[in-house]
Design a protein around this ligand. Sequence first.
Ligand code: EMZ
Length: 385
Amino acid sequence: MKKYQSPDPFTGAREVSGCAHMNDQDDPVTMILRLKDVRKTAHNWKTFQSGSAPGRIVIPSEVNIRDTRQIPFEVDPPMHGSFRALLDPWFKRPLGNEYRAQLGQQVNALVDEVLTKGVIDAVEAFSLCLQSRALTLLLNTDASEADTWIGWGTHVFRSEDDPLDKDKAGLLYDYIDEKINAASADPEGDLYSVLLAAEVEGKKLTHEEIKGIMILTFAGGRDTVINAVTNTISYFAEHPESLTRLRNEPDIIGRAIEELIRYFAPLTQMGRVATQDSTVCEHAIKADSRVSLCWASANRDASVFESPEEVILDRKLNPHVSFGFSHHNCLGATHARQIMRVLVETLIEKVGSIDIVDFEENIEQLGEFERKVGFHRLNVHFHPR
Ligand code: EMZ
């Protein structure tokens, strides 16, 4: 098997029953595996809500390490729509020319740097740096903040020996409290200040609401972006001809990015909590129990995607759900897509080949399933064109 590959562990269960079960801290989850059912359930927010206890729709559940509701992703309509109306324009800024140019400079500098080095760990020395530096643009905050965030490692709630590290989470919460307080004393043009000045449904946001938006911004787009970038590097390492192809056919770069995002599905699943007894693809779901929308499985649904196990760079029909589906689609998707575009364009321009020296996969244990979501370590050597 090639090292970039992320085999689909759900094929059998998806085809036979459409659902699977996993336990998670004694709060079991019915995983929904087919694209059609995932979409239907995502739409049906009245029966499958996001606004239950903070942390409960995340798998593994974060109820024990978090009291602050993340906004807008743990809020249901209609309030959800009011928060999105406030946040969407800010999170679409990555489409602007200046933002793109700045991102281009960051990625260029990073690629130039790794080209002068020998073997580096792409996770720590590339993807984490790229994600953190790019986040300073999304927040419109000082570039030097990236160094602090890089120090937190790849996940703000996970440490090496604890997948739900309360103390580590506390560092992020304190950091955000401090930043909100600083912005309220001395507002600048950053996201904290914009939120402090904003109103939703005629009311100023509370400190707790701003904190919830900021926690999501820090946590939601962190390991996901890092996995997408690292997986992309591993793919091009083993497919140098794809770099050449994209160089010769720049028109397909957009499709190639969607395809990499479909294939790698950096966020495996997201939960919902049933508000009443119901059924999903003939499985009974009890009120107050959890289901998950398994994006990673839905993206390999052979009734929708031809040869789903292959990366087809110019795949035409690609209704993947890596950024979720329906009203809760990913707020950071524009930023993430722009990172991927600038990354691919810079690799095409500067990199001839990448050697994988050694690696350690990041495997999620999901009940009876094991899914590779990325790498803990990917030691690579970049060579210039
Ligand atoms: C939550 C989640 C959001 C969660 C879209 O995903 O990402 C996870 O990595 C975080 O742990 O708190 O932000």
